[in-house]
Design a protein around this ligand. Structure first.
Ligand code: UDP
Ligand code: MG
Length: 319
């Protein structure tokens, strides 16, 4: 019998876990064709999440959990999940019930038809502020303009992945991860399904604008080097005009002479160029920082406990 892994990254989710467990187990019980694994990744929660998971595991052997050694962030929690998932397909779902588990049968239906990546696209984004919606839509359109890989808008990480997608993602061991882009990058047969995203069932969103900004920079710098090209382009354009201007100033001085003047224009030019230079340095710095982080080649995470057993290695390798 084929097995489905439901992968749930959880960080401080004590308020919703029981509710979530009820909903996913109801869905799993209704699907007789497959066996299920509910793989929770406890991403260094500071609340009772781990105890709730341990209790759930005692009740129900389908529950597995990986307890990370500290909070690594959702992107890393997901790769840990890919490493530990044992299913023939993996369904990633948020712990906060913003992604309705009732969509899973439909995802499986398309998987059976041969799709490798069935992703759920939000029809609306209930419970999110207009500012978050607006920034998200602007970010997507910017990213899409800058890169050649199609990036799906209004799509979270809620999706079903075939084993071969999971194996592909496992080979991508970069430490600064932008998983949403990776789903697109690996390719394979994709299928979109629509759903209405609910507001969080309980607890609080772990996102803030700082994290979002961080992820946006991550997304840009990991998927495109266009910003580098833009800064080179600006540099080229500005140097060109500066050269023309210089020639003009020299000729003008030779022919008509030049009484000292032009403090405002001088300041403007200096400040403008200074700004462009700092911006370009910042962009180069972003990429340099990424190179620095990747060359360290550290393990992506450490695991504290896997299914009640202490873990020594950073990654447990399933055959
Ligand atoms: N999450 C995580 N590690 C973190 C932050 C979040 O594993 O450092 C999990 C969280 O428990 C949830 C999912 O990622 O299952 C999405 O987080 P959240 O609901 O806070 O994000 P939002 O839906 O607001 O974008
Ligand atoms: Mg959420």
């Amino acid at each position: 019998m084929k097995k489905m892994t439901i992968l749930i990254p959880a960080y401080n989710e004590e308020d919703v876990l029981n509710q979530l467990y009820k909903r996913i187990s109801t869905v799993a019980d209704s699907i007789k064709k497959y066996s299920f694994e509910f793989l929770f990744i406890n991403d260094g929660s500071k609340d009772n999440t781990i105890h709730i998971l341990q209790r759930l595991r005692k009740q129900d052997q389908r529950v597995s959990y990986v307890d990370l050694s500290r909070n690594f962030g959702k992107e890393i929690a997901m790769i840990a999940g890919f490493d530990y998932a044992t299913g023939d397909a993996v369904i990633i779902i948020d712990a906060d019930l913003q992604d309705p588990p009732e969509l899973i049968p439909e995802m499986i239906h398309y998987w059976e038809q041969g799709y490798d990546d069935v992703f759920a696209k939000r029809r609306n984004r209930a419970g999110e502020t207009w500012l978050k919606k607006w920034t998200a839509s602007k970010f997507y359109s910017l990213l899409q303009k800058l890169t050649r890989i199609p990036i799906q808008e209004n799509t979270g990480d809620f999706r079903l992945l075939d084993r071969r997608c999971v194996d592909a993602l496992k080979e991508m061991r970069e430490s600064q991860r932008y998983t949403k882009g990776m789903f697109s990058w690996i390719g394979y047969n994709k299928k979109e399904i629509l759903f209405d995203r609910d507001p969080r069932a309980a607890g609080e969103s772990k996102w803030n604008y700082f994290k979002l900004f961080d992820l946006a920079i991550e997304g840009l710098t990991s998927f495109t080097t266009t910003p580098l090209r833009i800064s080179a382009f600006f540099g080229f354009g500005i140097s060109f005009f500066a050269f023309l201007y210089m020639a003009w100033v020299i000729i003008k001085t030779l022919i008509w002479d030049e009484p000292v003047m032009g403090y405002p224009s001088l300041m403007t030019v200096i400040l403008f160029l200074g700004g462009i230079q700092l911006l370009s340095l910042g962009i180069i710095g972003e990429y340099l920082g990424r190179i620095f982080n990747e060359t360290k080649n550290r393990p992506l995470y450490y695991v504290n406990i896997y299914n009640d057993e202490k873990v020594r290695n950073s990654v447990k390798n399933h055959a």
